[in-house]
Design a protein around this ligand. Sequence first.
Ligand code: 5GP
Length: 179
Amino acid sequence: PESKGARVDRIRSFIRTCPDFPKPGIPFKDIMPIVQNPDVFFDTIALLEEHVKETGAKVDVVAGLEARGFLFGPPLALRLKCAFVPIRKAGKLPGETVKCSYALEYGQDTIEIQRTAVHPNQNVVIVDDLIATGGTMAGACTLLETVQANVVGCLAVVELDYLKGRENIKHDVHSLVHF
Ligand code: 5GP
């Protein structure tokens, strides 16, 4: 069987760096080529699942972050046979919601979750495409703590190690590809 390192290297080769997007000086990592190749997409989800299984955690809910966490979260939830719950930018979800605001480089952003989507003491893994400063993932952790869920892991396909985002996240962080 193929080694984990070889599998990760293949996924890495499907991430494109786009200079000066969305602003001058920002080297944006485009993960869309992963989703456009079914074998690579499948293996990305398989590696995330393998990590969750290795931790031994019983997962009740996969929470995905808008918008690219919605690409990776639902297939992972299907493989783990658990619920998928979206965490969205404020103002998109009907019914009672819980909000969390977090700081951006300039200004702030607010994310929210439906109040009854996650129950107290449920085990949740949070999924996003990429961790940069860690602010979004840390905000999602706060949101889930507010609804008294247990965050058993924070997963990302890509992590920009040089931004030290995981230092802002109190929970276990696992990313497949590191830059
Ligand atoms: P953070 O809050 O960690 O600074 O930023 C992470 C969030 O912004 C994630 O939701 C991610 O989708 C988005 N993001 C920031 N930079 C990039 C990037 O270079 N590529 C991609 N695909 N997403 C990014």
